[in-house]
Design a protein around this ligand. Structure first.
Ligand code: CU
Length: 112
């Protein structure tokens, strides 16, 4: 009888060891739409390891999401329905703007 309980615990422990890292590893991709000369949502909060995907929902016109303050080069323009992915590995607040339209701004908040 006792051996059965012991084996059940062993199986549970083994399951936890294998399943827990899969949960921890499950990074998400979150979407920010560009429409009406705005980033929607204008501020987004994600977890470290997640990816933000910008998608240009305008009928015409081009934009991008430029992390100028990080010293990054300006990315290519996004034409209608184009997407741009960026992953964030460290916690912090990351403001960005649109290259062609400096008045278009957004912030990515990254938590641990
Ligand atoms: Cu723009």
């Amino acid at each position: 009888m006792k051996i059965h309980i012991f084996i059940a615990h062993l199986i549970l422990a083994a399951l936890l060891v294998f399943i827990m890292p899969i949960y921890a590893w499950s990074a998400e991709t979150r979407t920010v739409e560009i429409k009406g000369f705005k980033f929607v949502p204008q501020e987004i909060t994600i977890k470290a390891g997640d990816t933000v995907r910008w998608i240009n929902r305008e009928k015409r016109g081009y934009h991008n999401a430029w992390f100028e303050q990080l010293g990054e080069p300006e990315p290519e323009y996004l034409f209608p329905e184009d997407t741009y992915d960026k992953s964030f590995t460290t916690a912090g607040d990351f403001p960005y703007r649109c290259g062609p339209h400096p008045e278009m701004t957004g912030v990515v908040h990254v938590t641990q």
